[in-house]
Ligand binder design. Structure first.
Ligand code: C2O
Ligand code: CU
Length: 427
């Protein structure tokens, strides 16, 4: 069997192109088999879940414009589903129980296939009993390379993960106190999972930061590095942005490009050491400034055809609400019978998110990115997951141009499991 069918697509590059540029797009084929795996976490060997014998799952890669074909073969003793977080895939490839497909039973397979129109840092993860399956390791990076790669010596994938372990250092089988009612299942082990073992001083590197943790918001300090943020949730910023710390909520990603100045160290909020990579050797530091990544194409927003309000309710100390779970959105726990927003393909929707709880939430929309609006209604960052702090509110603006039924939920997966989920319908 040939694994690569080559084809040509014509692509007109903006501005600088002197004529049509032919770009080769190809098919990337992968097999993913979720199953129990043995893994060593902080020196303790234990049974977790992984893909293809690896914990966490392997990095999947494609080039912008490629087609991905991924066979998911369920090696679990439980159902399986995988969601391609942040990718604009056709609805039936989205990996969501009830809304887009049935759960894949043990021993059965499902073929996912979709094009990847946007370059950037994405990830994949279980979308079935995800607070449990993801916490055990059913996740991995999905990287879509730009057609023209930025000038860096190496790209390093950095997953920020946490795990709750018992006194023996083994995955804690008990739910944590307050897992479903407060801030979630916050691990007592926080770590970085890095794709490299070595860096050199003077190297220019691209860090692809991903937070696959089920509930923890990371407030990250990167030492031994001078650089700028170039993309959020996969989408390039118009201009590189300097930073001090990086806040990354569950599901979110951030790409930074910069130069290594010493050992690379990642620290959490209270100075906790999350991991590091020692600098070995040296190269002359570049004098060129850090450039913006080439933009992905985003549809232009129109005057909103719909304006919905989503009130986040519940949790410890929260006001009573109409839902049956701990958490609710607009007085409903779990997917409501009717979508929050129903529009025709291409319409723009504005959604006001009001967090009336005492905890932070990060709302993730499937199949689309959206703009965070600032207080004066201007478009800010273009993301697929937005962090709304306790007691705060934020409006988002979304061009709903991908037909289907799309889940919109809190990516603190313990919150999602106990009610914080709704959906949008694009006809
Ligand atoms: Cu990353 Cu519905 O999920
Ligand atoms: Cu939440």
């Amino acid at each position: 069997m040939t694994w690569t069918r080559r084809r040509f697509v014509g692509t007109a590059l903006a501005a600088s192109a002197v004529g049509p540029v032919l770009t080769e797009a190809s098919e990337q084929k992968y097999m993913l088999r979720p199953a129990p795996v043995r893994a060593r976490i902080a020196g303790v060997e234990q049974e977790l879940l992984g893909f293809n014998g690896s914990w966490p799952g392997p990095e999947l890669r494609a080039r912008q414009g490629d087609t991905m074909r991924i066979r998911l073969e369920n090696g679990l003793n439980d159902g399986a589903l995988v969601h391609w977080h942040g990718l604009r895939v056709p609805n039936r490839m989205d990996g969501v129980n009830v809304l887009t497909q049935d759960v894949i039973p043990p021993g059965r397979a499902f073929d996912y296939h979709f094009d990847v129109p946007d370059a950037g840092t994405y990830w994949y993860h279980s979308h079935y009993i995800s607070y449990d399956q993801v916490s055990r390791g059913l996740f991995g990076p999905l990287i879509v390379d730009e057609r023209e790669l930025p000038d860096v010596d190496q790209g390093i994938t950095v997953q920020l993960f946490d795990m709750l372990v018992d006194r023996d250092g083994v995955f804690d089988e008990n739910d944590s106190p307050g897992q479903f009612t407060a801030a979630g299942r916050i691990g007592n082990l926080a770590m970085v999972l890095m794709s490299t073992q070595s860096v050199r001083i003077g190297e220019r590197v691209r860090l692809r930061l991903i937070n696959p943790s089920i509930d923890r918001v990371f407030d990250l300090d990167i030492q031994g590095f001078e650089g700028a943020v170039v993309a959020l949730d996969g989408m390039p910023l118009a201009a590189p942005r300097s930073f001090d710390r990086i806040v990354l909520a569950p599901g979110q990603r951030c790409d930074v490009i910069g130069d290594v100045t010493a050992d690379l160290r990642f620290q959490g909020a209270d100075g906790t050491d999350l991991g590091s990579v020692a600098a070995r050797g040296q190269r002359a530091r570049r004098t060129t400034p850090i450039a913006a990544l080439p933009p992905n194409t985003a549809a232009r927003p129109q005057e909103p055809a719909a304006h919905a309000t989503l009130v986040m309710q519940g949790g410890m100390g929260g006001q009573p609400h109409g839902g049956f779970g701990t958490w609710a959105l607009n007085d409903v726990s779990g997917l409501p019978a009717k979508p929050l927003v129903k529009v025709r393909r291409g319409a723009t929707a504005r959604i006001t998110l009001r967090n009336q709880t005492s905890f932070d939430h990060v709302m993730h929309l499937h199949g689309h990115h959206f703009w965070e609006l600032n207080a004066s209604g201007h478009r800010g960052d273009y993301r697929d997951s937005t962090l709304v702090r306790a007691g705060e509110a934020r409006d988002i603006l979304c061009v709903l141009d991908n037909p289907g039924s799309w889940m919109f939920h809190c990516h603190m997966l313990s919150h999602q499991a106990d009610g914080m989920a709704t959906w949008l319908q694009v006809t």
